[in-house]
Design a protein around this ligand. Structure first.
Ligand SMILES: Nc1nc2c(c(=O)[nH]1)N[C@H]1C(S)=C(S)[C@@H](COP(=O)(O)O)O[C@H]1N2
Ligand SMILES: [Mo]
Length: 312
């Protein structure tokens, strides 16, 4: 970035990586993997029976990046600024016990033990494009649930216009927080309609397994049409507010990292182009970056009438 560059799931529900890939190969052939399609186990089964559709392969198939690449090439400055640092330095990070505070303009503010927070959640598997502002990308099979389900449960007041997410502050466990590479803790925020969008997830896993620490365990946000930095790892607080919150990267370098940070190949970062991306794994080929990261059909209407050059 700005820096010199550089709940337990029953085992019966855990899909092995190979299993996952096998099913995905089939689904891909069936052409059913579209943007933001939620893949529940029953859907996977139903799709697998649908031989007829196997003929029409999707043009824009989403091929998941390997588990190895997803879990060793990370941005998580609390655990270091090199891509391989988080997988090394987050190994012993303790995510139990874990409390999530919900506060601000909300009818049911509370400190939730993570288990209670997750109890009502119906976990789903979703394969999303993941585009970092540094112009690289992956495809990640997340496990999680729509943020809107949680928002509905806690009942924000009508005056709430934004939701803010805060990462854990724990310099004893997070070596990066002992330096000032960023102001800590890491904070991000979404407009309420973005937070309520069905594509927006609270993720607790990937590849059908619990989230590895380096990917944001035990809980993180995923907003697939935005640059990766809009997603907050290791969330301890969700606050509803009527004012646009101050967010970490936007505060550090507002001319480089906008509040919206929607993936947009036509608006370059001041120091590099955003028109293409390096695909992590598979030879690091380059591909064209898609408007809203390929989710324009689903999300473009959220920004109608907005100047996306100003609101980058
Ligand atoms: N707390 C915290 N969250 C964070 C970051 C971070 O440094 N700290 N990096 C962001 C950036 S720049 C990206 S691209 C994604 C990376 O997620 P991944 O490592 O799972 O690919 O996490 C985002 N969330
Ligand atoms: Mo990023």
């Amino acid at each position: 970035m700005q820096i010199r560059k550089g709940g337990q799931i029953p085992s019966s529900e855990i899909t092995s990586e190979q299993d996952y890939l096998d099913r995905r190969t089939f689904l891909r052939a069936a052409g059913v993997l579209g943007a933001g399609l939620a893949l529940t186990p029953s859907m996977l089964a139903a799709c697998a029976r649908d031989d007829a559709r196997a003929a029409g392969a999707s043009q824009d198939a989403l091929v998941p990046t390997s588990y190895e690449d997803i879990t060793t090439y990370n941005n998580y400055y609390e655990f270091g600024t090199d891509k391989e640092d988080p997988s090394e330095n987050a190994k012993g990070f303790r995510t139990k016990p874990w409390t999530v505070r919900v506060d601000g303009l909300v009818k049911k503010p509370a400190d939730y033990a993570l288990e209670d927070f997750l109890k009502p959640a119906k976990l789903e598997d979703r394969v999303y494009r993941h585009r970092c502002v540094e112009a690289w990308s992956m495809v990640i099979p997340w496990r999680g649930f729509p943020l809107r389900d949680l928002i509905a449960r806690v009942e924000p007041s009508p005056s709430a216009k934004f939701v803010e997410f805060t990462t854990k502050l724990d310099p004893a466990q997070m070596p990066g927080q002992r330096g000032n590479v960023l102001p800590w803790p890491y904070v991000e925020a979404l407009r309420m309609d973005e937070a309520m969008h069905p594509l927006t997830l609270l993720a607790t896993g990937l590849y059908g397994k619990p989230l590895p620490n380096q990917n944001g365990a035990p809980l993180r946000t995923i907003i697939p049409w935005k640059y990766g930095f809009k997603g907050t790892k290791a969330i301890v607080r969700i606050r509803f507010t009527d004012r646009q919150p101050t967010t970490t990267w936007n505060a550090v370098a507002p001319n480089e990292y906008g509040f919206y940070a929607n993936v947009n190949p036509t608006v370059d970062h001041p120091r590099w182009s955003q028109s293409k991306e390096r695909v992590i794994g598979g030879g690091w080929r380059k591909k064209e970056t898609l408007m809203f990261n390929g989710y324009a059909n689903e999300v473009a209407s959220l920004y109608s009438g907005m100047d996306l050059r100003r609101n980058y």
